[in-house]
Design a protein around this ligand. Structure first.
Ligand SMILES: Nc1nc2c(ncn2[C@@H]2O[C@H](COP(=O)(O)OP(=O)(O)OP(=O)(O)O)[C@@H](O)[C@H]2O)c(=O)[nH]1
Ligand SMILES: [Mg+2]
Length: 317
């Protein structure tokens, strides 16, 4: 099982890893000394992978400390040094928040199209597979298609869907779902919300209202508020995360679509800069493509793997 997850993550981060590998290969490392000129070139490469300026600098400092003056034989040697440095600096995985008793309520928030509904569906499928009883609240009442999309996911996983007519109050739908979960002894409530721009005040206020509505039924709810960020948008996610955090107190991040981008480093960067735990990463459209964030595996997914170990990335050098 674990091997399969690792494979999925490796596959999901392939574009990021490959882009790094190609650029590092172009440095022509065989026989080059680790000096300031080289370190500067490496720093630029790391920044383009969206690891963030701060982390790129720290990794360069790691290179200076561990390898200054050393003559390198291959790209793989540099990647190993970077992997070591990265492993020490990955944001930790944090424990999930869970109530001592009763249903756990998770609110999914984020900008339009970031992957909220897909992630909600994937989580519902995962919990159901673990034997949990799941209710999904379709609190995206703007788009009828969003509800249908959720119903398809939920039926696949055996979760119950609480829905309302298009145009009705999303806070009421969320409240009804939590009430039904309490009454029916459910374990998990996932509230899918409509996408909204973090710059639009009234829509952000609506999220606060949804959050308050579920707290009327269960005081500590929502236990988790997950901000779903489209990984392909890179560092834009940071501004989004700040606004959403201010409005609803985000407890964790989900980075999606990492399979479609060479900016996979953004998960590390956003997590570090905001001090928010990364909970899950999305690397595809299947239910099994939502993976628990694992710092060590993630670091390896970014900088190691076949592309380097085979030496293929060294090309003509
Ligand atoms: N490749 C890939 N596609 C994804 C992933 N997560 C979501 N998607 C796709 O991204 C698109 C948008 O996903 P949705 O889940 O509908 O996004 P949303 O945040 O609910 O969108 P709105 O409700 O309109 O704000 C869909 O086509 C999904 O299949 C992922 O991890 N990898
Ligand atoms: Mg949606």
């Amino acid at each position: 099982m674990f091997g399969r997850l690792r494979e999925r993550l490796q596959k999901g981060l392939r574009k990021t890893r490959q882009a790094l590998a190609d650029k590092v290969a172009q440095l022509g490392l065989a026989g080059r000394k680790v000096d300031e000129a080289l370190i500067e070139e490496v720093e630029e490469i790391l920044v383009t992978a969206d690891l963030g300026f701060e982390l790129a600098e720290e990794l360069c400092e790691h290179l200076r400390k561990t390898a200054r003056g050393r003559e390198l034989n291959s790209s793989a040697e540099l990647m190993e040094l970077l992997e070591q440095g990265l492993l020490e600096r990955m944001p930790e995985r944090a424990a999930e928040r869970r109530p001592a008793a009763g249903p756990r309520v998770t609110l999914m928030v984020g900008v339009n199209g970031s992957g909220k509904t897909t992630t909600t569906g994937k989580l519902a499928a995962r919990y159901a597979e673990q034997g949990q009883r799941v209710i999904v609240a379709a609190a995206d009442t703007f788009r009828a298609a969003a509800v249908e999309q959720l119903v398809v996911w939920a039926e696949r996983g055996g979760a119950r869907v609480i829905r309302a007519r298009p145009g009705s109050d999303p806070a009421a739908v969320a409240f009804d779902a939590v009430r039904a979960a309490r009454a029916g002894g459910y374990d998990e409530v996932l509230v899918d919300t409509a996408g909204r721009l973090h710059t639009k005040k009234p829509l952000m206020a609506e999220l606060t209202k949804i959050s308050r509505a579920v707290a009327k039924e269960i005081e500590a709810a929502p236990h988790e508020t997950l901000l779903v960020v489209d990984g392909t948008t890179g560092r834009n996610g940071i501004a989004q995360a700040r606004e959403f955090s201010q409005a609803v107190g985000v407890t964790g991040l989900v980075l999606t679509k990492l399979d479609g981008t060479a900016r996979g480093g953004v998960a590390v960067c956003i997590g570090r800069e905001l001090g928010l735990p990364v909970r899950y990463v999305g690397v595809g459209e299947d239910a099994a493509d939502l993976l628990d964030y694992d710092p060590a595996e993630y670091a390896r997914g970014l900088v190691s793997g076949a592309e380097f170990n085979s030496g293929a990335a060294d090309g003509a050098s």
